[in-house]
Design a binder for this molecule. Structure first.
Ligand code: NAP
Length: 364
C-alpha cells in the first residue's frame, strides 16, 4: 500500500528555544465539510511568534507546535460546502472562529501559532469561517503580513478607537504593528507622530513611502511623550502602545485629555512597576484627564474583512523589509534570529515555497 502523502512543517519539537525548531513530515489531511486545505506560500514573523518559540509567551503551551500567526496560500482542496473554491488565494485569521464582537473566552484557545498549529508549514487545514480572500493587488509576502500585525493596528485605531480624519495618532517604533498603524492612520486622514529610537530607521521608513507628519528620535532617557504633547499643542487623541510597561508612562504623557492609549505590546516589559519608566506611571493623570486605556487582541474576522477592503480600495502596500526563504529548520532559526536582532523596518516575511520541495529528505 502506498504511504500516505506528507508535507513539511517546522515545529517546536520537545522543548522551547530556537535550537528546538525541527523539520517534521506530517500526514497531509483531507478537508472535511466546510474546511479548506491551504497550500501555504508565505508567512510573516511577529514578535509574539519569537516569544512563543522561546517559551516566553506561554510556557505551558503543549508541544510539538508549528509556530507563526499569519500567512497566505492557495486552496488546494475544498471540503463539501466550503465557501472558497480550489485555487482561491486566502489568508487565515489569527483568531480562528472569532467572527465579530468582543472576544469571548474561547478566542484565545483558537489562535494560530499557539495553541493551534500555525503557518510555518507547507500546508494548513482551516475551517472556511477562519479564512478571508487575499487582496489581489498584493504579493504573497505582502498579503502574509495582514492577519496579525496589520489587523492589530486596524482594530486599535479603527474598530475600537473610532479614529476620525484630522485626529492625531502616535506610533511607537518602526516594527510591524507600528508601521501598519502609521499607514492606516495616514490612510484615514490623521496627523501622524512616530517615535523611533533610530534615526536611520526613520529615514528608511520615509524612503519606503511612509511619510509621517512628525518623525521623532526617542533618545534614551528623553521625555519623548512630553515632546509629542508639546508639539501637538496638548496631546494626541490616539497612542498605539507597543512598548508596554517601559513606554506607557511616555504614552500617558503624549495622550490628550479624553484620548485613547491602545495597549498592544510588551516589548519593553509586561509588568508595571517592574522597572524603567513604569516606576513613574501616574494613574491619577489617567482619571483626572479621562484617558481611555484600551487593550487590543488582534481582531475578529469582520474587522479583518473591512481592513482588507480598505487596503484594496487604497491599493495600500505593507512595508516588507525582507522576504526570507525557508527550506529547513536552520532557515527558520536564522529568520527568528533576525527578528530578535530588531534591525528590521516593517515586516520580515518567510517564503515557504522551498518547503514544498523539502520532503522527504531531512524530515522525521
Ligand atoms: N495585542 C496584540 O494583539 C498584539 C498583536 C501583534 C503584536 N503585539 C505585540 O506588539 C509588540 C510589537 O510587535 P511587532 O510584531 O510590531 O514587533 P517588531 O516588528 O519586532 O517591532 C518592534 C519595534 O518596536 C520598537 N521597540 C523595540 N523594543 C523597544 C523598547 N524597549 N522600547 C521602545 N520601542 C521598542 C522598535 O522600533 P525602533 O527600533 O524604531 O525604536 C522595534 O522595531 C510586541 O510586544 C508584540 O507581542 C500584540
Amino acid at each position: 500500500m502506498a504511504a500516505p502523502p506528507r508535507y513539511a512543517a517546522i515545529e517546536v519539537r520537545d522543548r522551547f528555544g530556537l535550537d528546538a525548531l525541527a523539520l517534521a513530515a506530517r500526514p497531509l489531511p483531507a478537508p472535511g465539510p466546510r474546511q479548506a486545505l491551504v497550500r501555504l506560500t508565505a508567512a510573516a514573523l511577529n514578535y509574539r511568534d519569537l516569544m512563543m518559540v522561546e517559551g516566553r509567551y506561554n510556557p505551558r503551551q503543549p508541544l510539538p507546535l508549528v509556530p507563526c500567526s499569519d500567512g497566505v496560500g492557495e486552496v488546494a482542496a475544498a471540503g463539501e460546502g466550503c465557501r472558497f473554491a480550489v485555487g482561491a488565494r486566502v489568508l487565515p485569521a489569527f483568531a480562528q472562529g472569532w467572527l465579530d464582537g468582543p472576544p469571548a473566552r474561547p478566542v484565545a484557545q483558537r489562535t494560530l501559532g499557539g495553541p493551534l498549529d500555525g503557518t510555518l508549514a507547507a500546508y494548513g487545514l482551516f475551517d472556511d469561517e477562519g479564512l478571508a480572500a487575499a487582496p489581489p493587488h498584493l504579493s504573497d509576502a505582502e498579503a502574509a503580513t495582514l492577519g496579525c500585525a496589520a489587523l492589530t493596528a486596524w482594530s486599535a485605531l479603527v474598530e475600537l478607537g473610532g479614529l476620525r480624519a484630522g485626529e492625531r495618532v502616535l506610533c511607537i517604533g518602526t516594527g510591524g504593528v507600528s508601521v501598519f498603524a502609521a499607514q492606516i492612520a495616514l490612510l484615514m486622514g490623521a496627523e501622524v507622530y512616530l517615535c523611533s529610537r533610530s534615526e536611520s530607521k526613520l529615514a528608511a521608513l520615509a524612503a519606503r513611502g511612509v511619510r509621517v507628519h512628525h518623525a521623532l528620535v526617542a533618545a534614551n532617557g528623553a521625555r519623548w511623550g512630553r515632546e509629542v504633547a508639546r508639539r501637538s499643542g496638548g496631546g494626541v487623541e490616539h497612542v498605539v502602545e507597543v512598548g508596554g510597561a517601559g513606554t506607557l508612562a511616555h504614552s500617558l504623557e503624549a495622550v490628550a485629555p479624553g484620548g485613547t492609549v491602545s495597549l498592544i505590546g510588551v516589548l519593553a516589559g509586561g509588568v508595571a512597576g517592574a522597572g524603567g519608566a513604569a516606576e513613574a506611571l501616574s494613574l491619577t493623570s489617567v482619571l483626572m484627564r479621562q484617558v481611555r486605556v484600551q487593550g487590543v487582541l488582534v481582531g475578529h474576522r469582520a474587522g479583518l474583512e473591512r481592513m482588507l477592503r480598505a487596503f484594496t480600495l487604497a491599493a495600500l502596500r505593507p512595508v516588507v523589509d525582507a522576504h526570507l526563504p525557508v527550506a529547513d529548520a536552520a532557515d527558520a532559526r536564522a529568520a527568528f534570529a533576525r527578528l530578535a536582532a530588531g534591525a528590521h523596518v516593517g515586516k520580515l516575511t518567510l517564503d515557504l515555497t522551498p518547503l514544498h520541495a523539502t520532503l522527504p529528505k531531512g524530515a522525521s
